[in-house]
Design a binder for this molecule. Sequence first.
Ligand code: G6P
Length: 362
Amino acid sequence: QFAQKDGFRFFMEKEIYEQSTVVSDCMLGRIADKSISFDEIDSSIIEGINEIKICACGTSYHAGLTASYLFERLSKVKCNVEIASEFRYKEPLLTTDTLFVVISQSGETADTLEALKMAKDAGLKTLVVCNVDNSSMTRTADATILTRAGIEKGVASTKAFSTQTVVLWMLALYFAKAKNVISSEKMQEELHALREVPKSLVVNDKIHEKTRRLSKRYLHGHGFFFIGRDVFFPLALEGALKLKEISYLHAEGYPAGEMKHGPIALADPELFTIALMPQNLLYDKIKSNVEELSARDSTICAISPLDFELADDFIKTAKTDHYMLEFFEMLVALQLLSMEISIRLGNDVDMPRNLAKSVTVE
Ligand code: G6P
């Protein structure tokens, strides 16, 4: 409750700049030479588990969607993700070979807490990835992994998301090792990449300056599509949510390959497409999706380490050798872009209209 802005204009800005440090804290003592360890859990948590179900709301839901790709790819466990408010009333089928994971910054979101209680009552093993110790969710779940992001004041979540994503990536590797489904070479590659995350989250002055310049024109947009594939799809959803939350501009996140099934009908020069184009994952696929949009005169802002000649605007991220590092590089760019647009519009970045930091009522 004593958080200060420390010279930053808004808490959100401070929290974006803090991400590199808090993510280091989040990894401290959890990355060993050849494996991941969590003091809070032991490997029995994954024993007898055939499926992981994730439940969350808002930005935490986006971390969950990102994790679903990592759990299937790395841990070889079936994983699905649900929005907590939907899950509660759909009469879900729950089986005890499912590990139920909830993700929450506050640990108090009513819908997520209720979903957790339902899973517990049905006899499932439950785990919460949470930023607040001794919150309702950490008191309810069988096990807790804390994200150690520190107090987050900005209503638009930033460092909570990056730490959640890192915890979930580490958890995917932890499960992979416990189930013996990852080679030691692959594990080394992943651990190496994880150690580089704090570097990828350092705010690059040039990128910040670029988002400041782009914000001048982009505040006039009347529609934004954020597009990506694989984990860059949840990242696109998160980019769009940030813009909506604090700029009140209409934005949608979409899986890039799905644009041709409807949304591309909206393409025109007033439609801004923010395209997440990582070098290390499905580059050719996203490139051809973006080419289609460009051919229909959509204004393209590419975020990529690779030059892309059809881009009207370009945010150049650092070259790395792992797609998750690109994910964090792009995350910072998206956060800065929405913040700069919001500032230029004169909005209250930290306390956007109609929103609350923690939604404890249904
Ligand atoms: C609110 C906040 C969002 C947050 C969501 C879930 O809507 O404004 O930023 O992502 O709740 O909160 P939680 O604390 O459960 O992560």
